[in-house]
Write a protein that binds this ligand. Sequence first.
Ligand SMILES: [Zn+2]
Length: 471
Amino acid sequence: MSTEVKLEDIVSLAKRRGFIYQGSDVYGGLSGTWDYGPLGVALKRNIMNLWWQTFVENRDDMYGVDAAILMNQKVWQASGHTKTFTDPMVECGNCSNKFRADKIDISKCPSCGKENTFRPPVDFNLMFNTQIGASWGSIETPDGQHWAGELTAVENKTGEEKAKVPITEGDSYNGTMMFEKTGRVYLRPETAQGIFTNYKNVLDSFYPDLPFGIAQQGKAFRNEISPRDFVFRSREFEQMEIEYFVHKDNWQEEFKKWEEDIEKFLEALGLPENSYEAVDVPAEDRAHYSEKTLDYEFKFPHGKDELLGLAYRTDFDLKNIDENSGKSMEYRVKGTNETFIPHVIEPSFGVERALMAVLTSAYRTDELNGEQRIYLALPEHLAPVKYAVSPLLKNKPELVEKAREVYQMLKKKYGAVMWDDNGNIGKRYRRQDEIGTPHCVVIDFETLENNTVTVRDRDTTEQKRIVLEEI
Ligand SMILES: [Zn+2]
């Protein structure tokens, strides 16, 4: 078993075997985006389903939601994202490349190598914004015709709510541009706000007792200045978040329980205990409203980095909504007149980071018949393919027919079963090892006589003869 996994190894395996490809690859790619191939989407869904089962279905204090990605812009004004969800950006005066000021040595440009070329850092907002609806802009031509189009550039120039901008030379339309800023929406930079904005809905529909939680999985978008480290920091990603509502006197006790639940989940992902560490974030690095935050840092191939976070957020979010929406976020204790705004504990997971941690933990090499073998020791419940079925020889119709029968039988039973008759048996095993298939079933002439098959174990490479019905 190898101890050090390189990022290139994971990237190369992911591409070669159909887990993850560069986004828009055929057109030269789009930075910070990734596409999931057949095995990648299977692995990702298995991780997400395990999370949903663990934290929603198997508990009676959790409610799932799936909120819209596009939300009223007031959400992001109230949460502070429009003002403070920024990274410091610097631009090189020589080559015009842009960097995160806190990630580089700004005395020398990492791109062109020139010294002291950077302009002072500016706050760069990471939210993608777009327009909703058809009423956001038009051009009125002198003969009264209207034309609707992309006016974002003009809007940015004036920054006013409504403006008439004369068309300048070089524009292909002659007339006056009109636009309104009211249709602005953001692609959500986190799923958490979709939970907070539904807290009242869930409360009114289900009357849950405290403590209870609301969970959501879904896409989020951040216009990262420098996407990096494979899927670790990308511009479009998927989150799995929970807001757990508690009485303020109980937050410490509930926080402890979450630490235990998170550890159990990480174990189910197959992450060894010594591969990660819960780091207590010091007060000066925490969000101002948080009284405790744990960053779970995993030993990724690119270094130790954040896998997930567990934060006590006080009543900051609900109080904000209470004040800005004019709707009460108070919780009433049943049978009493006691009301208060609940406090919140937030476990926040990134799907891609979990997937990278799973691949890193599962990646193994050993030696087999004098050759290096690569295999993924994935936990069986996460493996994209549970069984691969092959006829020993693909030019023997009687073997192929029996193998097809076995394949159908196992597919009915396990779902994720692959037919594999490419190349010789040795090659098939190597391929299945690389995608983490725990069991390979081979149908040979003995199968036709006594209904037994060979089942090979991925990790030990041991082969056993098993009666078909016992698989
Ligand atoms: Zn430069």
